[in-house]
Structures are given as C-alpha cells and as structure tokens.
Write a protein that binds this ligand. Structure first.
Ligand SMILES: [Zn+2]
Length: 245
C-alpha cells in the first residue's frame, strides 16, 4: 500500500517517513497537553467567582502532626496551592489566606491561644473585606487512634448555603476518591461562624492513619482530591436550588 502510494505520487521514501514521524509526534504532544490541561468544559460554573482558599495553620502552628511526623500545615498548603491553580484555570478569582509557611498572629502578643485567635480573625477579615463568594478552609484530621480515615466536609449549623456546598463537595469526594462514605456534618468553628459568605471546612483525611497519611502526601492523590473539591463546587453552582441573590 505504502509502495503504491510512493509510486503513484513519486514521493521520496525519506519524505514519507518524516511525515509519519511528525504525525505521531503531534499526537504525543497533544496527549501531553491534554494531561496538563487539568480542566474541563464546566468551568463557567465558577468563572468570576471570588473564592478564598484557606490552607489551615502555618508558621508556629503545625496543626496536627501525624504518622511519620507529617505535618498538617504542609499538606494543606500543598493541596491549597493545587486548588488555587485549578480554580484559576477555571476562571475564578482566588484569594489565598497564605502562600507560605506563615501564621497571622503577632509574635510575642501573648499566649499561643491569643495568637491563634488573632490568626483566625485575620483570615476571616480577609474573606469578609473582599466580599468573597466562597470560603474553603482546608484541614487534615488526626486522632489518637490510627483506625479512622476518610475525608469529611463541615459547615456551620443553620447556614443553608454552606450546608448545600458541604454536601456537594462531600458527595463528589465520596464518588471520586472512592475511599470514604462519610457525610457532611454541622459544626461550630470560628471561621465558618464568622465568615459572612458560604463557607466550609474540608478535612481531607486522617494523618493519624498510616495509609491515609501516605496518600495525603502523594501528588497524584492530592490532584484527585482537588478535582473532587472542584467538582463539588461545580455541582453546588449548577444544581437547581433556590439561592439568595
Ligand atoms: Zn486543622
């Protein structure tokens, strides 16, 4: 077949080889680009939304310390940055409460508790001042028993939109991660209580569980987590539920 083609058009064999090689190189390049284009056709759902991504803890506050000495503040910063990138690609305006290993308390301002309260107040103020649409706080769980695992989303009791967002994110984490059957739960946290917009706390897993601690530091699993959260936001914005203007 190839010979007939060459004969018919009198093309040199080397030219044909080059064309074939370039063709396959282009296919390869396209699939590499597709892998990097983490994102999708539904991006209009979050486009132009102001979204605060809050990687919990930082600086003097390591958060939970889990199996193998892995620290909550480091994992949530990695995941927060991945989420920032993804949401930016989808056209959202992302405000990070922190981009590095810092906290917002004034050094020497009193007890650790005072400093922690100041740190949380500043995160909340940042979101309120910017009139954000959503506040997503990322945390990691740890308890004395190594038995428990699974990502779980929390919302402030009696806040309807926050409950809807938490349920949307949780259902997408259950579907996409395939390793938890936890449900969204009401709680009373400083940040979810004091932010004026829809806000949730996403506990992305337990670092007290050795297997989950390992997963949470794995870049591929972090990407999956971030995709599940994003997918939850799309679900929240596209589901047919009445929402205040
Ligand atoms: Zn935490």
């Amino acid at each position: 077949m190839q010979l007939v083609f060459i004969k018919a058009f009198r093309l040199p064999k080397s030219f044909l080889c080059t064309v074939i090689i370039v063709f396959f190189l282009l296919i390869g390049l396209n699939s590499v680009l597709a892998l990097n284009r983490e994102f999708p056709t539904t991006s209009w759902a979050v486009a132009n939304r102001v979204i605060v991504v809050d990687p919990g803890h930082g600086g003097i506050d390591p958060g939970a310390v889990g199996y193998n000495g892995v620290k909550e503040k480091d994992i949530v910063l990695q995941v927060g940055k991945r989420l920032q990138k993804l949401l930016n690609q989808a056209g959202a305006r992302v405000i990070m409460t922190r981009n590095s290993d810092t906290d917002f308390g004034t050094p020497g301002s009193g007890s650790l508790l005072t400093r922690k309260r100041e740190d949380l107040s500043k995160r909340v103020q940042l979101a309120n001042k910017n009139k954000a649409d959503l506040y997503l706080s990322i945390h990691v769980n740890a308890i004395p028993s190594s038995r428990w695992r699974g990502a779980q989303t929390f919302y402030q009791r009696n806040r309807t939109e926050s409950k809807q967002l938490a349920e949307a994110i949780q259902s997408e984490m259950v579907r996409i991660l395939g390793n938890t059957r936890r449900v969204a739960k009401p709680e009373d946290f400083f940040t979810t209580r004091n932010t004026k917009m829809t806000s949730v706390i996403i506990e992305i897993g337990f670092i007290s569980n050795p297997a989950e601690a390992k997963l949470l530091t794995d870049p591929a699993y972090q990407r999956k987590l971030v995709y599940a959260i994003y997918s939850g936001l799309v679900k929240y914005y596209t589901q047919e539920i009445p929402r205040p203007k």
